[in-house]
Write a new protein. Sequence first.
Length: 555
Amino acid sequence: YFGAGIIHPHTLAPAVDHEIPITIRNTFAPDRPGTRIHLDGDGATAVKGFSTIDDVALLNLEGSGMIGVPGIARRLFDALEDNGVSVILISQGSSEHSICFAVPQPQAEVAREAAEQAFYAELDRGQIQRVDVTSNCSILAVVGDQMAGTPGIAATFFGALGEASVNVRTIAQGSSERNISAVVDGDDARRALRAAHAGFYLSNRTLSIGVVGAGNVGAALLDQIEAQAERLREEQDIDLRVRGIATSSKMLQAEQSLDLSTWRDALTDGTPTDLDAFVDHVQTEYHPHTVIVDCTASEVVARNYEAWLDRGSHVVTPNKKANTDSWDTYRALQAASRGPGPRYLYETTVGAGLPILQTLNSLTETGDQVHQIEGILSGTLSYLFNAFDGDRPFSTILRQAKDAGFTEPDPRDDLSGMDVARKVVILAREMGLPLELDEVEVEGLVPNALTDGPVDAFLERLPEHDAAMTKILRDAQAENKVLRFVGSVTQDGEASVCLRRYPADHAFARINHTDNIVRFQTDRYDETPLIVQGPGAGPQVTAAGVFTDLLRLMS
């Protein structure tokens, strides 16, 4: 019944009449408790189960000539009965403008012809516009005796489908409130069933994950997922399945989930990377929630975000390239992730694991007016100028930062100030300012003679410029000040990135190691600006921020 012939009402009638309990078990797992149908339910959960009917066609009779005319429904269903058509589901809006009904797919053409014949005159006069047929549909039903009188069942049901990017074509619910049925596209049926099941916590909420980029941050993220996966399943009913890992050259895939204890060795024997095939694999019809995690710094990968969102995959990333592309691209990404469908999360693009964007959004969403944001936005440069006290050359400190994983793969991306400039652009755009990257005034730290060439050559020649950096430091020390590399943006759109001097009692002078610090000056936080401070660099911290965004998808 509703997809399970073994529990058809005619089969169950004798057991129901004699109050005989029924137990259903899986022949492939006979030791599992299975499902028990009996008179005395525990009432612990309002929803008891879900089922589907596949291979269904949806027909819609529509026209203004139907409004207020008695007998329309009778004529339609008499015609269907006369032609031997079995109607599975009926739905009609209170406007009486249309009647929607579902029939078995093999009977779709017979049903259409019967309806057109019954309303030939109305169709000819234009009182009924058409009889539409939508093939390859499925009916998903949620059932439970305790659903009656329980608020929020429909909201949870349709909310779960919406979050899984499943489009509902029509719905039906009886006045007993014990059954809610929804018609969805047949290709979405498995995903819809899993999403609804997880939405009512009758099973784990499963997230199919594809990680693009297995460098410092990507590797740290995979290690963190491995360490926490079992706890999340047992304590929070969250099942994180990493079904794909891709680098620029190799990719690794698994039907269920990769063994995260051996992925490094397995990846060396992976197949050549095909990003389209990779995403097709990760986004399957039977996993309701899919996310692509971009842990690269690649513009090429970032250009795919909008397409991934449009096809229903969430996107989580610390990659700043997409959000600092053109203003139109930024707006398109925001539009693609608006609503109940796929989400685009990028908290780590500005402050690694710090809630900088979350804080900014909380301020603006509650009506606060932001006048200026300024901060030390690079953990790399924070580390460099905390450590640069004149005892060691600047070039030596930079090498140590790179070895510790605090820098971008090419440290010039940090020293040039462009990494900070991108963060300033993201902050400005979150404020609502259409700032472009080339509008940020940037004073970088890369000597002109070293802007081009391979990274190794840059690191070899950087000591030639240690004397100039030491002089800048001594000049600041002569004024009892410290050096800090700061980015800022005002409400008027004035944005800059440069090396500045601060007295020892300034908040920016009192930071440690790789700390980021951001100062929000707003209407509410005017005389005493709001400050967010904490570690802002390192693969573990950034990966933890990405992990947090992943879990936000399942909240």
